[in-house]
Design a protein around this ligand. Structure first.
Ligand code: MN
Length: 294
């Protein structure tokens, strides 16, 4: 590769965690971080990271009750533990370890998210990511839909040693396309690297790019190192990134074309104008998101 290096903007340790419902203990890397804000990682709007947590056994599954979404997509990645979901469209399912659920809320959906029943009974190690990916104005009101991407559906691109690999969820790595369809250009990968192995990435200069160290520790561009649970943000000065696993590592790689539109957001709604936020609340109150039992 002859492109210029995309250099590091910042390495962020996880901010203090908070609970979403009683089941998801998450570090919000953005938009709560003022240096990122609502647009700093666009099209990625929100990153809630549930770092490793030993969940005590419970007969009543922990989680978050019925709530609406409109105007964006939620991408839930389960690294440890299992998440069950139900929605107002009658859909339900379980996101198992290694699986990804790509939900397009679009015009609107009501759903609830809980620890899966059997997992909840036994308790155990839980680690997950929920990313919110914004939708361009012209498709914000697209009908809600799901892409349930099981571990086996994800595309594995093996590196030279035949063991380390880059798992492609969305977008393209080394000319291999991931299974998720997106409404704007988005790359989402899990790089799974054995100690000492390197992976190279190349993204458009203007794309917003970040890497979350899910496990292990990595050296970036032969310079700085980032430990587990840290988010690396990149500048817009080049295309190429190389990461090396200081220890056996898993890295969530996200890079996408910014959606250059105004954002109005409140709670579970991400729209373009305040009037659209008000409309979302009115529609929610008037039952236009459908019905779902608690
Ligand atoms: Mn939700």
């Amino acid at each position: 590769m002859d492109n210029k290096i995309k250099s590091i903007e910042a390495i962020l340790p996880p901010p203090a965690s908070h609970m979403v419902g009683d089941g998801f203990k998450v570090h919000n890397f953005f938009p709560s971080n003022p240096r990122i804000g609502l647009n700093g990682m666009s099209p990625f709007f929100l990153l809630d990271y549930g770092s490793k947590w030993l969940v005590p056994p419970s007969d009543k599954p922990r989680g978050v009750g019925v709530h609406p979404h409109r105007g964006f997509e939620t991408v839930t990645i389960a690294y440890h533990g299992k998440v069950a979901h139900h929605d107002s469209g009658g859909n339900s399912g379980v996101i198992g370890e290694g699986d990804v659920q790509w939900m397009t809320a679009g015009a609107g959906v009501l759903h609830k998210e809980y620890h899966e029943k059997e997992f909840s009974k036994k308790g155990g190690l839980f680690q997950m990511v929920q990313l919110w990916i914004n939708l361009p104005a012209k498709v914000k009101m697209t009908p809600a839909k799901y892409q349930s991407l099981e571990k086996k559906d994800l595309i594995k691109v093996f590196l030279d040693d035949g063991k380390s690999n880059v798992e492609v969820i969305a977008g393209e790595y080394d000319e291999m396309k991931g299974p998720a369809t997106t409404f704007s250009p988005v790359n989402l990968f899990n790089a799974k690297l054995l100690k000492g192995d390197k992976a190279r990435f190349s993204f458009n200069k203007n794309y917003n790019t970040g890497m979350l160290v899910i496990e292990g520790e990595i050296r970036i561009n032969d310079s700085e190192t980032a430990p587990e649970d840290n988010l690396i943000l990149f500048k817009h000065d080049g295309e190429d990134i190389v990461i090396e696993a200081v220890k056996q590592s898993i890295v969530l790689v996200m890079s996408g074309e910014p959606i250059r539109e105004p954002i109005a957001s409140y709670g579970p709604f991400v729209m373009n104008t305040e009037a659209e936020i008000k409309q979302a609340f009115d529609d929610f109150k008037n039952g236009k998101f459908g019905y779902l039992e608690d």
